[in-house]
Design a protein around this ligand. Structure first.
Ligand code: ACO
Length: 209
């Protein structure tokens, strides 16, 4: 078992309600499938191209296998696959991946939030909680993220939690069937005096609840 897993993060209060982040569960199947199928148009332009068609990849029966493989990566210390909850209800995912130890102590972070509650500060709070977890219990030194330049809402989330832009990765990731440019952003622990969540609270973007 690696440090920081399993995890329960938050709560942080934002405009949309109370945000918590926790390890994924087998019983997330129905909520996960329902939101992923309903919000396809909202999610697909920003996510890696999958091999099977969207509906097949997000059928409720897919979750148990996916859950088990993510949990096994988590047990090996390679990943933190988490669910985002708003007022106790599953509303998205926050994933920390490619956790590398040793002299690098680095990982990437990624997320999605259901369309219905967008613009209410949910992703911003979830990413702040995730970063504090990475720099605290998990013991990482650097967290990075990649985002398409066209993804204004996600760029706002990254900017608002304090990520710094490092450059443009040309034709980086296969998204919607083509290799797309992505901006690389990063943060190291030295850039976080106190905590990222505290910084959000001080900026008036969230409150501890
Ligand atoms: N142009 C500029 N800014 C915008 C726009 C727009 N068209 N739309 C929204 N925003 C801003 C909002 O105003 C807000 O910023 P503010 O707080 O400074 O006003 C910000 O974007 C959104 O912040 P939140 O409310 O915290 O985010 P939300 O809970 O709505 O989730 C997310 C944002 C995760 C990007 C969601 O829309 C989503 O799941 N999109 C589809 C999947 C996706 O893009 N995931 C991220 C991929 S990149 C990565 O994982 C690193």
């Amino acid at each position: 078992r690696h440090p920081g897993w399993p995890a329960e993060l938050g709560p942080l209060r934002v405009a949309g309600g109370t945000v918590t982040v926790r390890s994924i569960r087998l019983r997330d199947a129905a909520a996960w499938s329902r939101l992923r199928l309903r919000d396809r148009a909202h999610l697909e332009p920003w996510e890696p191209t999958g091999e099977a068609p969207w509906d097949m990849r997000h059928h409720i029966s897919v979750w148990p296998g996916l859950y088990r493989s993510l949990r096994s990566e988590a047990h090996k210390g390679l990943m933190l696959p988490m669910a985002i909850e708003l007022d106790g209800r599953f509303c998205g995912q926050l994933t920390v991946g490619n956790i590398v130890r040793g002299a690098l102590r680095s990982a990437w972070i990624g997320y999605w939030v259901e369309k219905e509650v967008n613009g209410l500060g949910v992703a911003t709070a979830a990413v702040a909680l995730g970063l504090d977890h990475c720099f605290g219990p998990v013991g990482l030194h650097r967290v990075e993220a990649t985002v398409r330049p066209e993804n204004e809402p996600s760029r706002a989330v990254l900017r608002n939690v304090g990520f710094r832009e490092e450059g443009l990765l040309k034709r980086y990731l296969d998204v919607q069937g083509r290799f797309r440019d992505h901006l690389l952003v990063a943060m190291t622990v030295e850039e976080v005096p106190g905590s990222v969540s505290d910084r959000l609270v001080r900026a008036g973007r969230a409150t501890w609840s």
